[in-house]
Design a binder for this molecule. Structure first.
Ligand code: TMP
Length: 253
């Protein structure tokens, strides 16, 4: 049997050639990295949780008419997606100050922002994904002004959807990152949500206790990352509440 072709391997996912032209299989690894991969670990069950959570969010977005790359989940760690031409930007939406914004501006984490703020980082690991102004994006041809207008509209719709879903389960959506890709439909180009939406790419705080339920648990050594992601999955009904991230086999007598 021929081995399937690996298209790309990133820090948390692998892309394989899909069964039909224009499709890829996206495989979620258990690897976690932070600070531009200076900190690394393997976290049992993370890939399985992110595969399920990304499916949940992408399916919900499709339900309100936001186009995404997601086609269907194939198994515990893999999903079938549309192949897109990735725009080399991390599109970050912030509702409350945290992380790099809080640091850059000397703000307390959790300070509400006057409105959602969108920023762009140029996707380049060697450079540490630097923040870039729109002027750079257009001048260097990474996206046009029209693309940027469409990306902002898309990002704000994702923000409203995710904020609402999270609010419903007692979680505050502090900020998140999406990636956007181009697809061609005949002569027309469309921008769609790509990559993943999961606690790896969001900041999620419990509304009552402030407990962090996202990758900051790993970045800042705040406890068990898989426990935090499992809590998000349970609240959203993505995993039955009696399932834990325990991956050891159970012996059946
Ligand atoms: P930041 O505060 O570190 O700039 O991150 C803002 C949000 O974007 C946070 O939810 C984490 C997410 N993010 C990623 O998922 N990947 C990235 O490479 C970056 C820069 C941010």
């Amino acid at each position: 049997m021929a081995r399937r072709k690996k298209i790309y391997e990133g820090k948390a996912k692998i892309l394989y050639e899909g069964p039909e032209p224009g499709t890829y299989v996206q495989y979620f690894k258990d690897d976690a990295t932070a600070y531009n991969a200076e900190k690394r670990a393997t976290i049992d069950g993370k890939g399985v949780l992110n595969n399920r959570l990304s499916e949940f969010f992408m399916t919900g977005l499709a339900g309100i008419g936001v186009p995404t790359h997601f086609i269907k989940r194939l198994n515990m760690r893999e999903q079938l997606i549309r192949a897109v031409e990735i725009i080399p930007l991390e599109v970050i939406v912030r509702n409350f100050a945290a992380g790099s914004m809080a640091k850059r501006l000397g703000m307390d984490e959790g300070t509400p922002l006057p409105r959602p703020i969108i920023e762009f980082s140029y996707k380049d690991d060697k450079l540490g994904d630097p923040l870039v102004p729109e002027e750079y994006i257009i001048a260097f041809g990474w996206a046009s002004q029209q693309d940027l207008d469409d990306i902002v509209a898309l990002a704000l719709r994702v923000n409203d959807f995710l904020s609402g879903v999270m609010h419903g389960v007692g979680i505050q959506l502090v900020d998140f990152k999406i990636e956007v890709g181009r697809v061609w439909e005949g002569d027309f180009m469309r921008l769609i949500v790509a990559d993943e939406i999961s606690p790896d790419s969001c900041r999620l705080w419990d509304k009552e206790t402030g407990r962090k339920l996202d990758k900051d648990v790993f970045r800042r050594d705040l406890g068990d990352l898989a426990d935090a992601y499992t809590e998000v999955a349970k609240r959203l009904g993505v995993m039955p509440s009696n399932v834990t991230h325990q991956t050891k086999p159970t012996l059946i007598n």
